[in-house]
Design a protein around this ligand. Structure first.
Ligand code: ADP
Length: 162
C-alpha cells in the first residue's frame, strides 16, 4: 500500500488543498494530511481548529487520514512508513521554496521522495493567505472554501474586529 504524506498549515483548508488531495489519491492508496502548528506563520486558527476543519472537509474520503505533526518532516515520514511527501505547486512563485525544501529533505533522508502535483487551473491562484484577505474585506468565499469552513473564517474575522 502506497502512502503519501501531505504536510501543511491549512489555515484554513481550501478547495486548492482538497484538489491536491483528490489528485494524490490517483497515485497513492492512502494520504495522510499532516497539519503542522507553524507558530512562525501566526495562524488565524489554532492547531485543533485547523485539524477539525480538514477532518470535516475530508470526512467522506476513507483513504484520507488527518493528523497533527510537529518536528522534522522527514523523521515523521520515515516513522510512519510513508513513501513520499506530497506538495502542491501553484504558480512559478511556489517553485523556489518547494525546490529548496525537497532538496533539503532529500539530504536529510535519502529515500524520502517529494511528489509535486498541480491543481486545477481554477485553484492555481488560491492560497489560504489570499482567502483570509478576501474574508477580511467581507468577500464571498463559496467558490474557494467548504461552506462550514467559510462560516468559521467569517466568524473568526468578525470576532477579531475591534
Ligand atoms: P505550508 O505552510 O506548508 O505552505 P499550506 O497549507 O499553505 O502549507 O499548503 C500546503 C501545501 O498545499 C503546499 O504544498 C502548498 O503549495 C499547497 N497548496 C496550497 N494551496 C494550493 C492550491 N491552491 N493549489 C495547489 N497547491 C496548493
Amino acid at each position: 500500500m502506497k502512502i503519501g504524506i501531505y504536510p501543511g498549515t491549512f489555515d484554513p483548508v481550501t478547495h486548492g488543498h482538497t484538489d491536491i488531495i483528490t489528485r494524490s489519491l490517483r497515485v497513492f492508496d492512502k494520504v495522510v494530511v499532516a497539519v503542522a502548528p507553524n507558530p512562525s506563520k501566526h495562524p488565524l486558527f489554532n492547531l485543533a481548529e485547523r485539524l477539525a476543519m480538514v477532518q470535516l472537509v475530508m470526512k467522506d474520503l476513507d483513504q484520507v487520514d488527518v493528523t497533527p505533526f510537529d518536528g522534522l518532516l522527514v523523521d515523521y515520514v520515515e516513522r510512519s512508513g510513508a513513501h513520499a511527501i506530497i506538495r502542491g505547486l501553484r504558480a512559478i512563485s511556489d517553485f523556489e521554496h518547494e525546490f529548496q525544501m525537497a532538496l533539503i529533505n532529500r539530504k536529510l533522508a535519502k529515500t524520502v521522495e517529494t511528489v509535486f502535483l498541480m491543481p486545477s487551473e481554477e485553484y492555481s491562484y488560491l492560497s489560504s493567505t489570499i482567502i483570509k484577505e478576501v474574508a477580511r474585506h467581507g468577500g464571498n468565499l463559496t467558490e474557494f472554501l467548504h461552506p462550514e469552513v467559510a462560516r468559521r473564517l467569517h466568524d473568526r474575522i468578525r470576532s477579531l474586529k475591534p
